[in-house]
Design a protein around this ligand. Structure first.
Ligand code: MN
Length: 254
């Protein structure tokens, strides 16, 4: 039934051994993912954001990884879509925020200068009615100032959002969190939401950044996004810039 619906409804599909296999595989991974949360198999990798003006680290993004007992480190594509499909992303997201708070405290205790940490919010978490309250509670429980936490939401999640979700964002912003649009430019969406939402930063999708020095179209798009963002007083972050990529050429575009 789901296969037929996926193909645009109003048709029929025969059940195949392949579907059976896929279903069984999904169920297996789902129960493994439930256990992963209980057994603390998730880890966070912190990806730095570097200011091109000063060369200083201005923040980090917390990226979720799964350290599987037998399979080793599972890449995000191997489990995050499944977390989303099964709804477990809500629990995983809660784990991420708590882990980030513990890390911020550990850095503080080690005498390091605190930098804001960004967490990714999926559409599903974003729609959960108690999101704002639970974020506030976790921050308070760990005594972490909201100014040190940024939430990243993809353009498509923003476009699909409801009035309630907008209020959630406004509330998070009002208590001090920063909001960034993730993977900007891939959503084919109207830009009017930039005015309606309390957004502070745009993260230009890596697909535009990657070929910036060789593809004049990508360079032009990036230039246009930067001009627009700066005119709206937003911070611009280029995604996917590896240390190898940082050359005078790339600098000149930002
Ligand atoms: Mn992100």
């Amino acid at each position: 039934m789901y296969r037929a619906k996926d193909l645009g409804r109003n048709n029929y599909q025969f059940f195949t051994p392949e579907m059976n296999r896929r279903t069984r595989e999904m169920l297996g991974i789902e129960s493994e993912l439930r256990r992963a949360i209980e057994r603390d198999e998730f880890v966070l990798h912190y990806q730095p954001k570097v200011s091109l003006g000063t060369g200083c680290i201005t923040g980090v993004e917390a990226l979720l990884r799964w350290r599987h007992a037998e399979r080793g480190l599972v890449p995000p594509g191997g489990f995050i879509p499944l977390l989303e499909e099964t709804g477990l992303i809500v629990q995983a997201g809660d784990w991420v925020l708590r882990a980030v708070c513990r890390q911020l405290k550990a850095w503080e205790q080690a005498g390091l200068r605190p930098v804001p940490v960004a967490v990714n919010l999926s559409a599903r978490q974003f729609l959960a009615p108690d999101l704002a309250q639970s974020v506030k509670q976790v921050l308070e429980a760990h005594q972490v100032p909201a100014q040190l936490v940024e939430v990243e939401i993809t353009e498509s999640a923003i476009m699909a959002s409801t009035e309630d979700a907008i209020r959630t964002l406004e509330y998070l912003e009002s208590i001090g969190l920063k909001i960034a649009v993730d993977d900007f430019g891939t959503g084919y969406s109207s830009l009017s939401y930039l005015k309606r939402f309390p957004i502070r930063a745009l993260k230009i999708d890596r697909s535009f950044v990657r070929d910036i020095t060789t593809d004049p179209d990508d360079a032009a798009i990036t230039q246009a996004v930067i001009s627009m963002a700066h005119a709206l007083d937003l911070i611009v972050v280029a995604e996917g810039v590896s240390p190898v990529l940082i050359s005078r050429d790339v600098y000149s575009h930002f």
